[in-house]
Ligand binder design. Structure first.
Ligand SMILES: [Zn+2]
Length: 241
C-alpha cells in the first residue's frame, strides 16, 4: 500500500523536483485508518513510515516514527537543502532527526554530511565500522556492525560494495534500505554496480543474506523503490548471484 505525490520546490535559480513516496504500514492502528497524513503522528512505538528524497541519480531516505526521524544516506555534497525540504514535506524537520546512517563511504551517499551535520544537531551519525575512516566528518562517527539496532531498525552487514557497507532493515514493516548493495534499473532488481564494487564475491553473499529477510519493500540508493514483489525479486536475484 503506498501513496505517491510529487512536490516541486524552488531553490535558488533552479527547480528541484523531490518525489516523495510514502508507504504506510498496513498494520496501523484502526483509529488512524483513513485519516490524512497531516493528522497526529502515529505512536512513537508503532511502525514507522518511509519517505524518499530523490536527489536525481541517488536517493536519501527518511524513516519516521512518531515525532522522531532517521535519515539513511545523504547524497552528494550540497544535498542538505533538498533533504531538509523532504523532511518538511513529511511533516518533520532536522530538529526531529535523532539518527543519521550512511550505508557506506562513497561520496554520493556520505558527501551530504558536511551540510547535514550542523543542521541535525540532535542526531548521532553512524556508518559501518570498516567505512568510518573513509568518511570526512567534523564529529566522531559511531561505528555500526551486523546485528546492531538503531531506532528499532536492524543493521544488516552487507559488505562487498565496500568493506563496511551496511543496509538498514525495519522488521516492523519489512522495509530494507539497501544503499548500493542492491539497485533497481529498468530491468528490475539487481546487485551492486561491478564498476564501483570492491569485492563482487562478497557482495553476492550479501545479496543472499538479504534474501533471507522478510522483505516487503526495497529502498535502493540508485533506482526507484521496489514496493511490489520485492521478496520474490530478491530471491530470484540471490539464486542467480
Ligand atoms: Zn557506492
Amino acid at each position: 500500500m503506498g501513496i505517491s505525490r510529487r512536490l516541486l520546490f524552488t531553490a535558488g535559480s533552479g527547480v528541484i523536483g523531490v518525489t516523495i513516496l510514502s508507504a504506510c504500514s498496513s498494520d496501523s492502528p484502526p483509529s488512524t485508518a483513513g485519516t490524512p497524513q497531516s493528522a497526529a503522528p502515529p505512536s512513537a512505538t508503532g511502525p514507522g513510515r518511509w519517505e524518499r528524497v530523490d536527489l536525481s541519480f541517488v536517493s536519501a531516505y527518511l524513516l519516521i516514527r512518531g515525532s522522531e526521524a532517521a535519515i539513511v544516506d545523504l547524497g552528494v555534497d550540497g544535498s542538505a537543502d533538498a533533504i531538509g525540504k523532504g523532511l518538511t514535506a513529511a511533516g518533520s524537520g532536522f530538529q526531529a532527526v535523532r539518527h543519521v546512517v550512511m550505508t557506506h563511504k562513497h561520496d554520493d551517499h556520505a558527501g551530504g554530511l558536511t551540510g547535514v551535520e550542523p543542521l541535525a544537531t540532535g542526531a548521532t551519525f553512524y556508518t559501518g565500522q570498516a567505512d568510518v575512516t573513509g568518511i570526512q566528518s567534523a564529529r566522531a562517527l559511531t561505528p555500526l556492525a551486523d546485528g546492531d539496532e538503531v531506532f528499532g531498525l536492524r543493521v544488516i552487514g552487507t559488505p562487498g560494495h565496500t568493506a563496511g557497507h551496511i543496509s538498514i532493515f525495519d522488521p516492523a514493516t519489512g522495509t530494507l534500505v539497501s544503499g548500493d548493495a542492491l539497485r533497481t534499473t529498468t530491468d528490475g532488481l539487481t546487485g551492486p554496480d561491478p564498476q564501483y564494487t570492491e569485492d563482487m564475491t562478497t557482495a553476492a553473499a550479501s545479496v543472499k543474506k538479504m534474501a533471507a529477510l522478510d522483505v516487503k519493500v526495497i529502498l535502493p540508493g540508485h533506482g526507484a523503490p521496489l514496493t511490489s514483489n520485492a521478496a520474490a525479486s530478491l530471491t530470484r536475484l540471490a539464486a542467480s548471484s
